[in-house]
Design a protein around this ligand. Structure first.
Ligand code: PLP
Length: 243
């Protein structure tokens, strides 16, 4: 009996994720080249990340890497990753005392969920003479464990205006973590809600620059693609279960 090697298993998982994205895009009449596959790299080693980046490049995919934890940013300076020119994003809960590291690392910060975070990011970006794109995190599931603004234009309007007034931060869309349930209808409702909110905010606040929708993870990426995600954030479905 032969057992497949770890690398064969990785390739199989990766190609499975890509075909899930492609099939969902096709159902929705979308082109999968317009969807960024963000690798959620928390807990993964530079070696593991570099292998997946190479495989995705061979497959001509639009990719980004997303780190969750400020403490793990340093690993992206490893020679296996530094200089690979993959766009770097920050997707985790933000702390004001880590704002400097996050701004230095990430060209797109997904998780602005409070005003004091916007203040800290702006100050650090200004100090470093950087302009950073940001997403406003929205809590579309109502789950208390999740950060983010309530999914209404009234809740999102003030932070949007605050970010638009900044010279160093540019709001470009919304991000959510979908409902944590196996009920696909509930997940779909929460993700559809993010898109509806983005469209309402564009209209109501005259903000056509809100183009991005960061939503969908390993378990719900098809639904997210069908509902208009421009960035899906995938970890375990590619790398395997986290320890
Ligand atoms: C870990 C993480 C992901 C990826 O989760 P998987 O279920 O491993 O695909 C996506 N988004 C955020 C914010 C995460 O923390």
């Amino acid at each position: 009996m032969t057992t497949s090697s770890a690398s064969d298993q990785l390739i199989a998982r990766l190609d499975d994720v890509l075909s899930r994205i492609d099939a969902a895009a096709e159902r929705a009449g979308r082109d999968s080249s317009e969807i960024t596959l963000l690798l959620a790299t928390k807990t993964r080693t530079p070696q593991e990340i570099a292998v997946v980046v190479d495989l995705l490049r061979q497959r001509n995919r639009t990719i980004a890497v997303g780190e969750n934890r400020a403490q793990e940013i340093a690993k992206h300076a490893d020679p296996l990753l530094a200089g690979n020119e993959v766009p770097r994003h920050f997707i985790g809960r933000l702390q004001t005392n880590k704002a400097r590291d996050v701004v230095a690392f990430a060209e797109l910060i997904h998780s602005v969920d409070r005003g004091d975070i916007a203040d800290a990011l702006e100050r650090r970006a200004a100090n470093a003479s950087l302009v950073r794109d940001v997403l406003i995190q929205v809590n579309t599931s109502g789950e208390e464990s999740k950060g983010g603004y309530a999914p209404t234009p009234e809740a999102v309007g003030p932070i949007l205006e605050r970010l638009r007034a900044s010279e160093n931060l540019r709001p470009v869309g919304l991000m959510t973590i979908g409902a944590n349930t196996s009920d696909a209808d509930e997940v779909r409702a929460s993700l559809r809600g993010l898109r509806a909110l983005r469209d309402q905010a564009r209209e109501r606040f005259g903000a056509p620059e809100l183009t991005q929708l960061s939503m969908g993870m390993s378990g719900d990426l098809e639904i997210a693609v069908e509902e208009g995600a421009t960035i899906v954030r995938v970890g375990s479905a590619i790398f395997g279960a986290r320890a």
